[in-house]
Ligand binder design. Structure first.
Ligand SMILES: Nc1ncnc2c1ncn2[C@@H]1O[C@H](COP(=O)(O)OP(=O)(O)OP(=O)(O)O)[C@@H](O)[C@H]1O
Ligand SMILES: [Mg+2]
Length: 342
C-alpha cells in the first residue's frame, strides 16, 4: 500500500520557515515570495487500485507525484510504501527505489530516438546491469503486456503518439515496479486514441494489479480510469472518493463546476439506480431477462435493459448473488436526478 500523510511542498528559499508559519495558522498570502504547491495532502492507494489526481493547471498535481519518488523533496509529511517511509530514504536507497519499486511515465514519452523500441524498453534494466538475455526477455514480456509485441525493432520516430506512449508504459513495466506514476500520459493524444488508451490501461491494471497514481486535468478521464479520485485546488485535496461519490456529491462549487457537463450514463452504475431485493416495490428477479454486475456503468446496460421488454436486469456482484433489479424507469430517474436521490 502507498500512503501519503500530511504532505507539504513549498517552493522557495525559506520553505521550512514558511511551513512553520503555516502551521501557526498564518494565511498563505503572507508568503508571496514562496509557492505553497502542496498543503496538507493525505491519501492512500492499495495494490490493484488506480488513484487519479485531477485538478486545473497549477493546482499541484505534478509536484505531488514528483514528491512521491522524491524528484522533488517534500517540505514535510510522510510517504510510505509497504511500511517504508520514502521521505527518510538515503540517496542510495532512493536510487534503488526509483529503479525497482516506483516507476514514472511522463507526458512527453521520453523515448531515446537513436534506440530501437526494444532497447528503449530495456534501458532501465541496462542501467541496473541486468544481463542482455534477461533484459531482452523482460522487455519483450512488457511489450507484450501493452500489446506491442512484434514492433520491437522499430525506432520511436516511426511510431504514432499512442504507440510511443505504450512503449513508455512498457519501459516502466519492464522494471516490474510496485508503483506506477503516470503524469498526464495521454494528454498529447487525439480523443479517440486517448479513449482507446484509457480502456487499455484499465484492462492492463486488471492483470498487473499495481499501485497506480494517474494525473490528469480531464475529469472524464479521471471518472473512467479511477477507482478513487482526488480533486486538487491550489495545492489542497478538496475532495476524495469514488467516481460516483465525486459525481453525485461534489464537496464545493469548484468540483461541481467540473462535474456539471459529465454524462451521467458514463459514471453512474447499476448499483446507483437499482432497487434492492426485498423492498416493497421490488420485482421478482426470476422474471427478468438479463443480468449485470453491480459496478457496470449505465452506458453499458441501458441498451440491454431497454431491449429486455421492460423486464429489467437482475443486479449481482461478481460472485453471482442477486442483490437487486433495474427497470428502465430507474435508469431514467437516476439520470434525471444525477444520482442525488440515492
Ligand atoms: N520548480 C518550481 N519552482 C517554483 N515553483 C514551482 C516549481 N514547480 C512548480 N511550481 C509552482 O507550483 C505550483 C504547482 O505546479 P504543478 O506543476 O505541480 O501544477 P500542475 O497541477 O501539475 O499543473 P499542470 O496541469 O499545468 O501540469 C504552480 O504554482 C507552479 O508555478
Ligand atoms: Mg503538471
Amino acid at each position: 500500500m502507498l500512503e501519503i500523510r500530511h504532505l507539504y511542498k513549498i517552493y522557495g528559499a525559506r520553505e521550512q520557515e514558511v511551513f512553520e508559519r503555516l502551521q501557526r495558522g498564518e494565511p498563505r498570502t503572507e508568503h508571496a515570495d514562496h509557492v505553497v504547491a502542496i498543503e496538507d495532502v493525505s491519501f492512500q492507494v492499495d495494490a490493484g487500485s488506480t488513484y487519479v489526481i485531477m485538478g486545473l493547471s497549477g493546482s499541484g498535481k505534478s509536484t505531488l507525484v514528483r514528491c512521491i519518488n522524491r524528484l522533488h523533496e517534500p517540505t514535510s509529511g510522510a510517504i510510505s510504501l509497504g511500511g517504508e517511509d520514502i521521505t527518510q530514504a538515503s540517496r542510495a536507497r532512493l536510487r534503488s527505489l526509483r529503479g525497482q519499486r516506483v516507476a514514472m511515465v511522463f507526458q512527453g514519452y521520453g523515448l531515446l530516438p537513436n534506440r530501437s523500441v526494444l532497447a528503449n524498453v530495456a534501458f532501465g534494466l541496462e542501467l541496473k546491469r541486468v544481463n542482455e538475455k534477461e533484459r531482452t526477455q523482460r522487455a519483450l514480456a512488457s511489450l507484450e503486456l501493452v500489446g506491442r509485441a512484434g514492433r520491437e525493432k522499430r525506432y520511436p520516430a516511426e511510431l504514432s503518439g499512442g504507440m510511443q506512449q505504450r512503449v513508455g508504459l512498457a519501459r516502466a513495466l519492464a522494471m516490474d515496479p510496485e508503483v506506477l506514476l503516470l503524469d498526464e500520459p495521454f494528454s498529447g493524444l487525439d480523443p479517440l486514441t486517448r479513449k482507446q488508451m484509457q480502456r487499455e490501461l484499465i484492462e492492463l491494471q486488471s492483470r498487473i494489479q499495481k499501485i497506480i497514481v494517474f494525473i490528469t486535468h480531464d475529469l472524464d478521464e479521471a471518472l473512467t480510469i479511477g477507482n478513487r479520485i482526488g480533486i486538487m485546488r491550489e495545492g489542497r485535496l478538496v475532495q476524495e472518493g469514488t467516481p460516483q461519490e465525486v459525481f453525485c456529491k461534489p464537496s464545493e462549487p469548484y468540483v461541481a463546476d467540473f462535474v456539471r457537463d459529465v454524462n451521467p450514463l458514463l459514471v453512474l452504475t447499476a448499483h446507483d439506480c437499482m432497487r434492492p431485493l426485498g423492498e416493497r416495490d421490488a420485482v421478482a428477479p426470476d422474471g427478468l431477462a438479463c443480468r449485470v454486475s453491480a459496478d457496470t456503468r449505465l452506458a453499458d446496460i441501458v441498451g440491454l435493459v431497454a431491449s429486455s421488454n421492460g423486464g429489467g436486469v437482475v443486479v449481482e456482484h461478481q460472485l453471482g448473488k442477486a442483490i437487486g433489479a433495474v427497470l428502465p424507469d430507474d435508469i431514467l430517474a437516476a439520470v434525471a436526478s444525477r444520482g442525488s436521490a440515492k
